[in-house]
Design a protein around this ligand. Structure first.
Ligand code: PLP
Length: 226
């Protein structure tokens, strides 16, 4: 782990008022504990099983984010403790989180995942579908009593071409701004735009990100070679 890189990243995010979420997938509880000792509280995992195992081992004031695809039948495993599910990619999943959060007497933060990358293996609503789904969610907002819809999440195409990330982040920001102003104008929670990872977080912040998800930059000696 690179303490100096972490501290620099943290200062950079604080200065820009961007939330720094450390992606801890494949890292040990001990590695996470070291960042916790430095004051880091937001961590993200991709897989339910790994998330549950680490949650059981680590301090309870960690804010856990789920950023990987979530199957509906696994919602109940995480809903009792998860802070934010960033990877909501269907209305069915939203309904399931609502149902289980209610049963647990919790309110869970969620982000809607938007598919802006050129890869087919990524999940999320397509930008062109967003108005349809946002209208549906807005019309049913009174039913979502145990969710807080806090914004959008997206990932750029995995490429070295910075022009591609920039274009995709710009598109995501436009979708976000339109969603906020058109469908969530009365919802003060809707203000998170989660975009940017190790390789592209600076471009993402430049394009309006309010939350970055960074893993390898902090944990690996050679973040861009894996
Ligand atoms: C792994 C992952 C990250 C972090 O990627 P790094 O390149 O390690 O910073 C961010 N977001 C998602 C959705 C991921 O799966």
């Amino acid at each position: 782990m690179h303490v100096e890189t972490y501290q620099r990243l943290r200062a950079q995010c604080a200065q820009k008022r961007v939330t720094l979420v450390i992606v801890s997938k494949t890292r040990t509880a001990e590695q996470i504990g070291r960042l916790y000792a430095l004051g880091q509280r937001d961590f993200a995992e991709n897989y339910v099983r790994e998330l549950c195992e680490k949650h059981a081992l680590l301090p309870t004031d960690i804010r856990w984010h789920l950023i990987g695809h979530l199957q509906r039948n696994k919602v109940k495993q995480v809903v009792g403790f998860v802070h934010c599910i960033q990877s909501v990619d269907s209305i069915e999943l939203l309904d399931s989180i609502q149902k289980h959060a209610r049963a647990h007497g919790r309110v869970v933060d969620v982000l809607l995942q938007v598919h802006v990358a050129q890869e087919e293996n990524k999940f999320g609503f397509l930008p062109a579908q967003m108005p349809h789904f946002l209208q549906f969610i807005a019309d049913h907002a009174h039913q979502y009593t145990h969710l807080r819809i806090c914004g959008l999440m997206g990932m750029a195409t995995f490429t070295q071409d910075q022009a591609v990330w920039r274009r995709e982040f710009t598109l995501l920001r436009e979708v976000f701004t339109q969603a906020r102003d058109t469908y969530f104008a009365a919802n003060e929670s809707f203000r998170v735009l989660s975009m940017g990872m190790s390789a592209d977080y600076e471009t993402a912040i430049e394009q309006g990100s309010t939350l970055v998800r960074v893993g390898s930059l902090v944990f690996d000696a050679h973040p861009f070679t894996n």
